[in-house]
Design a protein around this ligand. Structure first.
Ligand code: GDP
Length: 138
């Protein structure tokens, strides 16, 4: 099924200059970029995005990190995009990520792990409109 998913290049990877390389990997793997923008979240906006993690011990640290610098937010489209992009990202902790995945290549640690990707259809239904209006998506 043709699906859309939300991708974020996180502040660590943008700062390190990996954005172009990550976007190239996405395109090489058949993901079409349907919308894209570079923005900087406020702490409150990062907290809103990660609200599902509000009771986790790393919530404050994660949302401080996610509002610490520019990010690149994209809507990607492909057959089976949600699961395929999760596979291409690799495990949350880069020390467990399969060789060749984006996190194996570019993540610094379990928090500063280069990229975000929606984990389900329910997540995309929340995450895509969090950043993009229908008019901004091709
Ligand atoms: P994801 O779906 O692979 O991004 O992982 P999760 O949904 O479990 O966590 C969301 C984000 O929180 C991760 O991508 C990391 O940036 C961060 N995170 C997850 N687990 C930890 C942790 O144990 N410690 C810290 N500091 N951050 C974490």
């Amino acid at each position: 099924m043709l699906e859309k998913t939300l991708s974020i290049i996180k502040p660590d990877a943008v700062k390190a200059g990996y954005s172009g390389k990550i976007i190239a990997i996405l395109e090489e793997n058949g993901f079409e970029i349907k919308a894209m923008k570079k923005i900087k979240l406020t702490k409150k906006q990062a907290e809103g995005f990660y609200i599902v993690h509000k009771d986790r011990p790393f919530y404050d640290s994660l949302t401080t990190f996610m509002s610490s610098g520019s990010i690149i937010v994209m809507v990607l489209e492909k057959e089976n995009a949600i699961a395929d992009y999760r596979e291409l990202m690799g495990a949350t902790d880069p020390s467990n990520a399969k060789p060749g995945t984006i996190r194996a290549l570019y993540a610094k640690n379990i928090e500063e792990n280069a990229v975000h990707g929606s984990d389900s259809k329910e997540s995309t239904d929340f995450e895509i409109p969090y950043f993009f209006s229908a008019l901004e998506i091709l």
